[in-house]
Every structure is written in C-alpha cells, then in structure tokens.
Design a protein around this ligand. Structure first.
Ligand code: SF4
Length: 150
C-alpha cells in the first residue's frame, strides 16, 4: 500500500519534471530484461575480481575469503555491503524501474551501476567502494550518463 502510494507520487513528480523540460532517461536494460540481469549477475558471481555473494548469507567461508582478500577482519568485511556501496542505486526513479517486490527480511534490491544487475543490500563484492547508497534521482541519472560515455 505504502509503496504504491509512494510510486504514484514519484510518477507525478517525474511527469512534472518532464513538463518543465527536465530530461528523463530510460530504465537500465537489466532492470527490464531478466535474462540480461541473470547473465550479468552470474558473471559477477564467477569473476575473480568481483565474486558477488554470498549466495547464502551465513556462508562463513565467503566472508573469510573476502576478509583475506581485503586484508582485514571478517567483522569489518561484513560492514562493506551493497547496501552502503557507492554504486548501489535505490533512488525513487530506480525503484520505479524495479519490477515486483524490492524488499525481503534481509534487506532490499537495488541496481548496481558497476556490474549492471539487481543486487541485494545484504551481499557484497570485491569491487565494493564506500559512499553509497545512491538515493537521489539526480545522482542516479549522473551514473547513467557516465555509463553511456564509457
Ligand atoms: S553494489 Fe557495489 S558491492 Fe554490490 S555488486 Fe555492485 S559494486 Fe559490488
């Protein structure tokens, strides 16, 4: 109910912005194309320099390996999550791009601008960087623009 109401408000706000001539960008492809999302997610799980995970949040081995990789303690590694990564986009416009439910009891989905799939706030990867999440539409559009140029 709350989410539907918020979504309606955001849709109205975005329509107003369009009327004022502000630019609007399409949703990232992977939010609309399940096959592409799955392909990008699986690549991110397999690639040694990314290793998105863990699939099972209580997989101690994953966290130990990540802590080793970062040369830190497991407790510290567990604080560097998609949920606070600079590339994790949970802006209102991105929520509008997400088909279906975004939250579960462990956290929520957001869009990863580094690896281009819907990742989960309670997981992480080896390319994590501090400074997130992205909460503003303006910052979200800036990431999209940067991705277009690269
Ligand atoms: S949001 Fe950050 S931590 Fe999560 S998969 Fe993307 S780059 Fe990795």
């Amino acid at each position: 109910m709350g989410r539907d109401r918020n979504k309606k408000i955001h849709l109205i706000e975005r329509a107003n912005k369009r009327l004022l001539g502000e630019s609007e960008m399409d949703c990232p492809k992977a939010t609309q194309d399940l096959e592409l999302n799955t392909k990008n997610r699986d690549k991110s799980i397999d690639a040694d320099y990314i290793k998105y995970g863990p699939l099972n949040l209580s997989d101690d081995e994953y966290w130990e390996e990540l802590a080793d990789h970062w040369n830190t303690k497991v407790a510290v590694a567990k604080k560097s999550l998609c949920g606070n990564c600079v590339a994790f986009d949970i802006s209102p416009r991105m929520d509008d791009c997400m088909p279906g439910q975004v939250s579960d009891k462990e956290g929520r989905l957001g869009y990863c601008w580094m690896h281009h799939f819907k990742c989960h706030s309670a997981r992480t990867c080896r390319t994590w960087a501090a400074g997130g999440p992205i909460k503003d539409d303006k910052v979200s559009y800036e990431w999209q623009e940067k991705n277009k140029q690269s």
